[in-house]
Design a protein around this ligand. Structure first.
Ligand SMILES: NC(=O)c1ccc[n+]([C@@H]2O[C@H](COP(=O)([O-])OP(=O)(O)OC[C@H]3O[C@@H](n4cnc5c(N)ncnc54)[C@H](O)[C@@H]3O)[C@@H](O)[C@H]2O)c1
Length: 369
């Protein structure tokens, strides 16, 4: 059986965890493997994923074998699989556009992006590289706020006939114009903005659902997040944040019994704390009223390594995109998008999204896509 050929845009911490994971699970034994939602999706195990193309703009990554580039600075995520053989897949220079925010220049080399001086490719060259390498699924891991760059690479995927997994909060799968373009070419797309395996969004949604099911009225909530990786550094630029805030806020609003007024819900990245590196800390507070109108509140603190938390979901999105290709499904894959992403084309509760995603995997495709 041939492997799933994957391309990566942005060889940062999320890509590092994903690639480490593909190698890590090659050393573990099937169904007992820890940390996966599925050992097999369709015919595919995690180790049936192969990275065949990669683009970045950082001078410490461009030109390196992908398996070395994932350990280059400023990547700082936990290394849980240090021994990785070279692949022959060399990271190519990408198109910068709005991928690099000016404020990133004010930080030391260890913590920030250092754009390479190499000539930037045009769309034709990227499309050729995707076709030359036989890339089937393209993973978008650009920094938040990369509106132009995401559209540029999504167009390349469309032209090259490659499935697109949009892990970031630029609205592509959830924008009907874009999803129609993928549908017209019969190319699958999953998105937008990956929902981590056990992260702030899924926990906040689960607690919101609990309020609903137990008849407690949610009146006010916040979710404050801090971290010390380049994702959080990039997000210090407030002008890049509007879609991130919308994506994260809407993910919770969508499961409230009654939508909260704007002033009563505050969700977003809150600060950059350099020493935290890839450890993300999230503080959630929820205030409500229970029996007899009596007030209650919950305070919760979640601490997670940010990037493996996304890879635990990415490893399933890739395999869902591949089975969609095999089944010749095009356009936004609504079931996987709703379970794997914060801002999907259709928001379901997580219970419903889980059921639909499992149905999608186990063949009952025509009815739900
Ligand atoms: N960790 C999670 O759980 C999670 C959840 C949801 C969304 N995301 C999003 O996923 C994205 C990736 O996260 P990360 O932690 O890997 O970020 P990162 O900062 O570690 O990596 C981004 C990479 O993109 C590269 N890059 C910048 N502009 C580029 C361009 N124009 N072309 C090609 N490469 C370019 C950078 O050099 C860097 O290597 C972010 O937008 C993040 O918000 C992550």
């Amino acid at each position: 059986m041939s492997k799933i050929k994957v391309g990566i845009i942005g060889v940062g911490n999320c890509a590092s965890s994903l690639i480490q994971g593909i190698n890590h699970y090659g050393k573990t034994d099937g169904e007992d493997a820890i940390g996966l939602m599925h050992w097999k999706i369709g015919r595919y195990k995690p180790t049936d994923i192969e990275i065949v193309s990669a683009f970045d703009i950082d001078r410490r990554k461009v030109g390196l074998d992908i398996n070395q580039a994932i350990f280059a600075k400023p990547n700082c995520t936990k290394i849980f699989c240090p021994e990785i053989a070279e692949t022959g897949t060399v990271v190519k220079m990408g198109k910068i556009l709005d991928g690099f925010s000016d404020h990133m220049k004010d930080y030391n080399d260890e913590s920030t992006f250092l754009p390479a001086d190499e000539e930037e490719p045009d769309a034709k060259e990227i499309i050729e590289e995707l076709q030359r390498t036989g890339t089937e699924v393209l993973m978008n891991y650009l920094p938040v706020g990369s509106e132009q760059a995401t559209r540029f690479y999504a167009n390349c995927a469309l032209e090259a006939g490659v499935a697109f997994v949009n892990n970031i909060p630029v609205f592509i799968a959830s924008d009907p114009e874009w999803s129609d373009r993928f549908k017209a070419k019969n190319i699958p797309i999953i998105g937008d903005d990956i929902k981590a395996q056990l992260g702030a969004t899924i926990v906040h949604r689960a607690l919101t659902d609990l309020f609903n099911k137990r008849g407690v009225k949610l009146e006010r909530t916040y979710q404050l997040n801090t971290g010390g990786n380049t994702d959080f550094l990039n997000m210090l630029n407030q002008t890049r944040l509007s879609s991130k805030k919308e994506s994260k806020t809407e993910a919770v609003q969508a499961v409230t019994a009654a939508r909260l007024e704007k002033n009563n819900i505050h969700i977003g990245p809150s600060d950059y704390v350099a020493w935290q590196k890839d450890n993300k800390v999230c503080f959630i507070r929820m205030e409500g009223k229970l029996f007899g109108d009596v007030p209650m509140n919950i305070e919760m603190r979640l601490s997670v390594e940010d990037s493996p938390n996304s890879a635990g979901v990415a490893i399933d999105s890739i395999r869902c995109a591949k089975i969609a290709l095999e089944r010749k499904l095009g356009g936004a894959l609504t079931a996987p998008s709703s379970y794997f992403c914060k801002h999907p084309p259709i928001q379901y509760t997580d219970d419903k999204a889980y059921q639909l995603m499992e149905e999608f995997i186990s063949q009952d495709v025509q009815a739900i896509s």
